[in-house]
Design a protein around this ligand. Structure first.
Ligand SMILES: [Zn+2]
Length: 452
């Protein structure tokens, strides 16, 4: 079968259609499309040590003190205290015990929270917005962790390096298409450079943070601009934070904290959407909590040239499901969040809102347009799919075949990408899965880029 497929790929492009093949011993599926990734940024942060493997506060503190480089700024990324077996709160005091003269910053896996020691607070004080660091506890909310990349401001060549690092990992996991969030215009330059050099294998659509808008306009870029393997998707807006950080916006309070309103009112979001539409851009709005999701859907225009996107859509109300179809919104969801955090969600939220979590089957049956992505937490569809296959609410589970469709073909449709489907005119990208559920091989444009 693999040979048949390969012989139908000419100049890297499928010349005929193939259905995904599901057999006990081997499955052959299209390349995965990750509709919400942070590949360039993740690549850049691969320069820093990751704490994602650490399962207790004790181990975390030991790891930091044994890997500390005295004198210069030390950044560690991706800690997740929700899985810690001992204490869950990490504060300035803990890090001050490790060092008083070396600045330390730990960024939480959600990207919305960071912990600093006293020296770290000093280092970042002028770079962070006022009142976004709790100086007593040494915890920075939203601004500093979310903008760390901007504050450190990597060069185009540093970003290219990062993309190459990350691309190797993404390809191994069978990902051949992504929507990547570009913090700034250097990311666009890095991707187009790599594509010109012929080293970009993954097909990329870029969504930009708002500050890139002026540049995009000046350079005649717009939604659906496309050149070889790089295209432009739109502008990213944030309406709330994360459940882990207690900054996702709900109507009800959390079990252990108050819930805040969304970052923008309906009216100011509407004005932003109008502004970007007028300039030729689709918007992609981050909305996790029920209240934030309702706000986006209320703000979206009834009729639009664009299928505006909602990112995450974790706890949608019944009204939100209705309106998302009515307003033809496109939705990107992360089943890995369910796999990884559903218990934390259950502890954080009252049932009324917890029970709304990721209603995949309901959405499929209603014909709501959505596709899967990872938010790079971590990347890897084979892991992410578990959240759809083993959803804690049985009635919302998808079959393997359905779940893979939402990680391939539906993603290709959402992004208008020429990968993620084994069809004539699409790039010859496909993935072979072994009987143990792990990836056997990955082919890109007819070339084997990974095999075990
Ligand atoms: Zn994201």
């Amino acid at each position: 079968m693999i040979d048949t497929i390969l012989s139908s790929i000419k100049n890297g492009i499928f010349t005929r259609d193939f259905e995904p093949l599901f057999e006990n011993k081997k499955s052959i599926v299209p390349g995965f499309v990750d509709t919400h990734a942070h590949m360039a940024e993740a690549g850049y942060f691969m320069r820093f040590l990751s704490l994602s493997h650490i399962k207790s506060k004790k181990d975390l503190l030991e790891y930091i003190s044994s890997h500390l480089q005295r004198g210069s700024l030390n950044i560690f990324v991706d800690y997740d205290e929700s899985v810690f077996e001992d204490e869950k709160d990490i504060t300035k005091k803990d890090l001050d015990k490790i060092s008083k003269d070396t600045p330390i910053l730990l960024r939480r896996v959600c990207g919305h929270i960071a912990v600093l020691n006293t020296k770290g607070i000093e280092y970042f004080k002028d770079k962070a917005r006022e009142n976004t660091i709790d100086v007593e506890k040494g915890i920075a909310y939203e601004y500093l962790p979310l903008n760390l990349y901007d504050i450190l401001s990597p060069s185009v060549s540093e970003i290219e390096e990062g993309i190459q690092k990350a691309q190797r990992i993404y390809l191994k996991k069978g990902i051949t298409g992504i929507l990547d969030f570009a913090k700034d215009i250097n990311v666009f330059k890095a991707y187009t450079n790599l594509d010109l050099q012929g080293t970009l294998k993954i097909k990329v659509k870029l969504a930009f943070y708002e500050k890139a808008f002026e540049y995009l306009k000046e350079n005649g870029l717009y939604t659906n601009w496309q050149k070889k393997r790089v295209g432009i998707e739109g502008i990213k807006l944030f309406l709330d934070g994360s459940v882990g950080g207690r900054t996702a916006s709900f109507y009800k309070p959390y079990r252990d904290a108050a819930s805040k309103g969304p970052f923008y009112s309906k009216t100011s979001l509407q004005n932003k959407i109008k502004k970007y539409e007028k300039a030729g851009f689709k918007v992609l709005v981050h909305a996790i909590g029920t209240r934030a999701i309702d706000t986006v859907l209320a703000a979206l225009p009834e009729v639009s040239d664009f299928h505006h996107r909602i990112e995450h859509f974790e706890f949608p109300s019944k009204t939100a499901l209705y309106l998302s179809k009515k307003k033809s919104a496109y939705i990107s969801m992360q089943p890995n969040f369910v796999a990884r955090w559903w218990k934390m969600y259950k502890d954080a939220l009252y049932d009324e809102e917890f029970l709304l979590m990721h209603p995949y089957r309901t959405m499929m049956e209603r014909g709501i347009v959505f596709a899967f992505g990872s938010d790079s937490m971590p990347e890897g569809p084979m892991y992410g799919l578990q959240g759809a296959l083993k959803h804690p609410f049985k009635e919302e589970r998808l079959s393997l075949k359905e779940a893979i469709r939402y990680y391939t073909e539906e993603g290709a449709g959402l992004l208008n990408l020429k990968t993620g489907k084994m069809a004539r005119g699409f790039y010859g990208d496909f993935v072979v899965i072994g009987d143990d559920g792990d990836i056997d091989a990955v082919f890109v444009e007819g070339e084997k880029v990974y095999g075990r």
